[in-house]
Design a protein around this ligand. Structure first.
Ligand SMILES: [Zn+2]
Length: 404
């Protein structure tokens, strides 16, 4: 049942390049520095710098150059009124980083801590029980919801991830207990720590990939350094170490660099002669599906076939590029709603290869497939490329003779 994922880890100096190949194609790419600066999901004992009531927000010292931004909703204040005094400058509090600091904006923080496992996400400070949006079947959702309520006993919040579906019940109980133990350990560290201090950091990129994909896929990791940072690799994980020349050859034969180069561009050729044109903006990504040389006659189902064939590549490009925010796909015009529903379903299936990230909302009134995709870090482009100095990143240069 499980399909194979191959992860190449090329360690060079203080940097590791991590390429995840899904069905032989590059699907995810990460750079990891030896002392990685990303704090996403880190739990930190912060110190309140100031509270700004007009903004319903507090600025919190984290030990970084920029203070973190903590929104304070009135609902949250109400919920916590029993245990917390109103925040004031100088107060110490436990926060979690949801987004890293960037572009002069401090890290985005929350007080609602969530600790992810393979099957469950523990939210020790609320009592919300939910099911991953990726589980679409109503019966499966209901079963997971019931299981979630049972596991939580109304004592804390739990989100049931899709991997919980085929898992054995004792594995879920075990994971719940280890996440609760982690939370206890974090709170104990907070008692002795001097703010600002990092109490808990997320796993390394590699460990998180294994945690999230091992329940569903067979994973082979090929690495050219001996450092196995995984404390307890799951069974079924294949780990092989190779020399650097071998890794370089593997990197080349897997076409990692070529696929990264393609993922920085706008145009992606499809195997059947069609193409995608992808435009990435900060909060909006648009994908235009072109049929190429085919001129579909109104009578046949060629548009449907071309659209279905484009779905895997669209899903892979969104995943590799780390698109975020709203995604709009302009498919080739189809005959009817039934065909559109088929395409939306195929898109969902293809997107489900990835960790919980994208939600398909359906077709808009103008016939675009609308989706939203979450991401916490930077896009691929921000991580591995710089805007062109000649055109300022627009792709256009002013034609002097037309304006002077
Ligand atoms: Zn340029």
């Amino acid at each position: 049942m499980s399909e194979a994922i191959r992860i190449l880890v090329w360690a060079k100096g203080a940097r590791r390049r991590i390429a995840l190949l899904d069905e032989g194609k590059l699907a995810e790419f990460y750079l990891e520095e030896r002392d990685d600066t990303s704090l996403v999901n880190a739990v930190i004992l912060g110190r309140v710098e100031r509270v700004v009531p007009g903004m319903h927000a507090a600025f919190v010292q984290l030990g970084q150059s920029l203070n973190g931004y903590l929104p304070l909703s009135e609902k949250e204040d109400f919920q916590r009124s029993g245990e917390d005094k109103p925040l004031s400058a100088g107060a110490e509090l436990i926060v979690q980083v949801k987004k890293d600091a960037r572009d002069q904006k401090g890290a985005f923080l929350t007080r609602d801590i969530s600790l992810p496992g393979q099957y469950l996400i523990l939210m020790p400070l609320n009592r919300y029980v939910g099911v991953s949006k990726r589980v679409a079947d109503d019966d499966e959702r209901a079963a997971l919801m019931a299981l979630g309520h049972e596991l939580s006993g109304n004592a804390y919040g739990l989100v049931m991830r899709s991997a919980a579906l085929p898992a054995r019940p004792d594995a879920l109980v075990q994971e719940r207990d280890s996440l609760l133990a982690l939370w206890t350990a974090i709170r104990e560290r907070a008692v002795y720590a001097k703010a600002p201090a990092v109490l808990q950091r997320d796993l390394s990129v590699l460990s998180a990939l294994v945690r999230d994909y091992a329940p569903r896929y067979e994973i082979t990791i090929t690495c050219n350094d001996a450092v196995n940072r995984m404390p307890s690799p799951p069974t079924g994980l294949l780990w092989e170490q190779v020399g650097e020349p071998e890794m370089e050859a593997l990197w080349k034969s897997s076409r990692v660099a070529a696929q990264l180069q393609e993922a920085l561009g706008r145009r992606v050729e499809l195997r059947n002669g069609g193409s995608l044109v992808i435009d990435e903006r900060e909060a909006l990504t648009t994908v235009d599906v072109n049929s190429g040389k085919f001129i579909p006659a109104a009578s046949d189902d060629l548009p449907l076939k071309l659209n279905l064939a484009a779905c895997p590549e669209i899903a892979r490009q969104l995943r590799l590029r780390e698109a975020s925010g709203i995604v709009l796909i302009d498919f080739i015009d189809m005959k009817n709603d039934e065909q559109r529903a088929q395409v939306a379903l195929r898109m969902k299936e293809e997107l489900s290869r990835e960790r919980d990230k994208t939600v398909v909302h359906g077709f808009t009134s103008l016939g675009l497939l609308e989706m939203t995709r979450k991401r916490a870090g930077a896009s691929l482009r921000e991580r591995i490329a710089r805007p062109c100095e000649t055109c300022g990143g627009t792709g256009y240069r002013l034609e002097r003779e037309s304006v002077t």
